[in-house]
Design a protein around this ligand. Structure first.
Ligand code: FCB
Length: 445
């Protein structure tokens, strides 16, 4: 079961989840610094202050990636390292760090893939409205231009946003991610300004000469017996992002259903033209599918606006430590659907992986469930390619255990185990298995 020649295998991380060094070299506070310090928001009161200390250990971490045979590495840039308060001139020490990291990756033959925004918004911008404000989209484009100005000669592939669904609906709607606001109207404003930020940043990157620009969305196949319930959740999870970026319009049914929360007056003439400027790749993060059914009296799920009367049901499948159902076939379904409904855009899995309750014993983590998980999902991706999906790469979440947002350090997604007290890294069995997959560019049939 061989993948196409040149298929990009690697891993992904994000700045706040691994870097630590929260107050070093001029970094300003982000919404995740504030949120994680707010009692009750993150399990165990954990913060990203130290995390994996990657800011100081990036050399060892890159050497470890090379040792593990990885060909690509997706990481994110911390906006508050570049512009501590989200606007104005660049902080050169912040740019220096990412330049050193990129050079280190190239020195080991690893392709860097940059995400410009993986949720660590400068707190000052949140204080002025955050993603509910149009200004944040404009500032984001300026920030993108600054980063490109320093790294554009050595980074080929750029993605603007990671999972705007989480930023908007978890951050501004349900309040379970930073900035922790619970205002459904604000969540829709955030959706639009995030997408506008993507569009404006894409224009800046293109003008500066970028050749590979895209966005990463967390998508999920939605199924169930009630077509209205399925359309509602599919609209909010998938189409509200896919349609504006790839078709230049918000889906009419989503706009209608959301009218009780917003009048959409934040959408201005010309915005959708910016948002739908062609992308060179679509990054897809896939973890689990969603199944819904109509159920009278069911209260709304705060994560999905207007979902009264819709129940989210779990099948009997195996669950990860996050409680997420393990359904590899969902990935085939998702990739073939995107390839069919939004043809012409190359796809990359920018995240897929699983948390399990790993045990480090005698210097080894025998994580056969993670190996089985990845094996199943790689096969599912291969099936989608065989069915015609233009899938170019696969980045496993995550290189190493890290700060899992509201779950703190308790949930371990890494191919590499991290002992947070000593910062010792130990490749799990899955990392060694993955090295063979990469070496063979595939799996035994
Ligand atoms: C995704 C995030 C990533 C990580 C995984 C488990 O939603 O993009 O940072 O936390 O989930």
């Amino acid at each position: 079961m061989t993948f196409p020649a040149g298929f990009l295998w690697g891993t992904a991380t994000a700045s706040y989840q691994i870097e630590g060094a929260a107050r070093e070299d001029g970094r300003g506070p982000s919404i995740w610094d504030t949120f994680s310090r707010t009692p009750g928001k993150v399990v165990g009161g954990h913060t990203g202050d130290v995390a994996c200390d990657h800011y100081h250990r990036y050399r060892e971490d890159v050497a470890m990636m090379a040792e593990l045979g990885m060909r690509a590495y997706r990481f994110s840039i911390a906006w508050p390292r570049i512009q501590p308060d989200g606007s104005g001139p660049a902080n050169p020490r912040g740019l220096d760090f990412y330049e050193r990291l990129v050079d280190e990756l190239h020195g080991h033959g690893i392709t860097p893939i940059v995400t410009l925004y993986h949720w660590d918004l400068p707190q000052s911008l949140e204080d002025r409205g955050g993603w509910t404000s149009r200004e944040t989209a404009e500032r984001f484009a300026e920030y993108a231009a600054i980063v490109y100005g320093r790294l554009g000669d050595r980074v080929e592939t750029w993605t603007t946003l990671n999972e705007p669904w989480c930023s908007a609906f978890l951050g501004y709607g349900a309040g379970i991610h930073a900035p922790g606001r619970t205002d459904t109207g604000a969540a829709f404003a955030a959706v639009h300004h995030l997408l506008l930020g993507h569009g404006l940043a894409t224009a800046e990157l293109r003008a500066a000469g970028a050749r590979q620009v895209g966005i990463t969305l967390n998508l999920a196949p939605i199924s169930g017996s009630d077509p209205e319930a399925v359309a509602h959740i599919d609209g909010l999870q998938n189409r509200i992002f896919l349609d504006p970026v790839l078709r230049g319009e918000y889906p009419a049914d989503v706009v209608e259903r959301a009218r009780r929360f917003t009048d959409w007056s934040f959408v201005r003439d010309g915005d959708l033209d910016l948002i739908s400027a062609p992308v060179d790749l679509l990054g897809i993060n896939y973890y689990s599918p969603t199944t819904v059914e109509a159920r009278a009296g069911q209260p709304a799920n705060p994560v999905h606006p207007g979902s009264e009367g819709i129940a989210f049901v779990q099948g009997g499948e195996e669950k990860t430590a996050m409680g997420w159902s393990v359904v590899p076939s969902g990935l085939t379904e998702l990739l073939t659907r995107v390839a069919r409904d939004y043809p012409g855009t190359p796809l990359v899995i920018t995240e897929n992986g699983a948390a399990f309750d790993d045990v480090l014993a005698d210097g080894r983590v025998a994580d056969e469930r993670r190996i089985a998980f990845l094996d199943g999902h790689f096969r599912a991706a291969h099936a989608a390619i065989a069915a015609g999906a233009d899938l170019r790469g696969y980045l496993v979440w995550s290189l190493m255990d890290n700060f899992e947002w509201a779950e703190g350090y308790g949930k371990r997604f890494g191919l590499v185990h991290v002992d947070y007290a000593s910062q010792r890294r130990v490749p799990k069995d899955s990392a060694l298995w993955y090295r063979e997959v990469i070496r063979n560019n595939g799996l035994r049939a």
